[in-house]
Design a protein around this ligand. Sequence first.
Ligand code: GDP
Ligand code: MG
Length: 162
Amino acid sequence: MLPVIALIGRPNVGKSTLFNRLTQTRDALVADFPGLTRDRQYGVGRIGPGPYIIVDTGGIGSAPEGIEALMERQVQLAIDEADHLLFLVDARDGCTPEDLDISQRLRRLGKAITLVVNKSDGTDPVQSSAEFHRLGLGDPVSVSSSQGQGVRSLLDQVFERL
Ligand code: GDP
Ligand code: MG
């Protein structure tokens, strides 16, 4: 059985871009507006220590109906079946209240989580990731899903924890 890695995070942080990078495909639709990915999308990746199954999701934190609605059904299903969660945040937006809400919910699950600071291209990764320590998920890993920096190293770290 291949390990299952799920991509979690609020809309527009770059989950689908990372999915495509990890699967070396363009299967996931990437958009510069939020909310395009509505259900789960599966792919097989072989980068670094792979292979692995990667699951793209959409929508967490996008429902306006309060904290209980934060995890839509599809995201919950993806989380349930995952061995490891990649929680993506956006280096350019910084740490948002929604990121804090999501991190609190994720921490309660007791699953292995890696905090991924995406869009770190054009930023100082040390500076831009520092504020995310407050999410209480350990040391953030900086990547650029669109440029590729940090992705190999991210996978090495995930596989060490599987
Ligand atoms: P999702 O909603 O989380 O799936 O986000 P998408 O993958 O659709 O990406 C949202 C937007 O962010 C798109 O315009 C992407 O091109 C852009 N984006 C994604 N990853 C990166 C990155 O590493 N660096 C930069 N500069 N932009 C990115
Ligand atoms: Mg998407």
